[in-house]
Design a protein around this ligand. Structure first.
Ligand code: NI
Length: 182
């Protein structure tokens, strides 16, 4: 297992549509193990493979509270097969958009079909935080971020800030390398 860097805005890979996993192998399980380590360390309650730069339809999550025992879940090729007409609102954040939180409205319940880490076909109906987390992570597999569900005004403000930060960091890195060369 190893800790992997998490991609953040404005990394264009976050907009990629991830490819289905044709065969679940030890490599898939090793990737999931890296994702768990990275997610728990962050800490977060869910992580999609693309967030560590792997464009495959794999996600991990654990919505157990801090005082509870861990409940790690691996979902391969997850698909939402039913959404409730009732909706709910949660304040969401994202490890790829550090320090930003906004209320997002989504279906309150979903049924998700997926394969587990052994390749067994599973189906799960969830509500509450789990339902929101499942939808948030499945969105990642389609290149959709939670800020795509908020107003354009708020989204543009967040995007501008991350682009500015990235530009400043690139400039600092360039200066740093000049110093080393000198
Ligand atoms: Ni996220």
């Amino acid at each position: 297992m190893s800790l992997r860097p998490i991609l953040t805005l404005p990394d264009p890979r976050l907009k990629l549509v991830s490819a289905p996993i044709a065969k679940i192998t030890d490599e898939t399980r090793a990737l999931a193990a890296d994702m768990f380590e990275t997610m728990y360390e962050a800490p977060g309650i869910g992580l999609a493979a693309i967030q560590i730069g792997e464009p495959v339809r794999l996600m991990v999550l654990d919505v157990a509270r801090k005082e509870e025992e861990r409940r790690p879940m691996v979902l391969v090729n997850p698909e939402i097969v039913w959404s409730s007409p009732e909706r709910s609102v949660y304040e969401e954040g994202c490890l790829s958009i550090p320090e930003f939180f906004e209320e997002v409205e989504r279906p309150a319940m979903v049924t998700v079909r997926f394969l587990d880490a052994q390749g067994a076909e599973c189906e799960m109906t969830a509500d509450g935080v789990l339902a929101t987390c499942l939808q948030h992570e499945i969105d990642h597999l389609d290149g959709i971020l939670f800020i795509d569900h908020i107003s354009k005004l708020k989204r543009d403000r967040i995007l501008r800030k991350f682009k500015k930060d990235a530009k400043r960091k690139a400039e600092e890195d360039a200066e740093g390398s000049r110093t080393v060369v000198a």
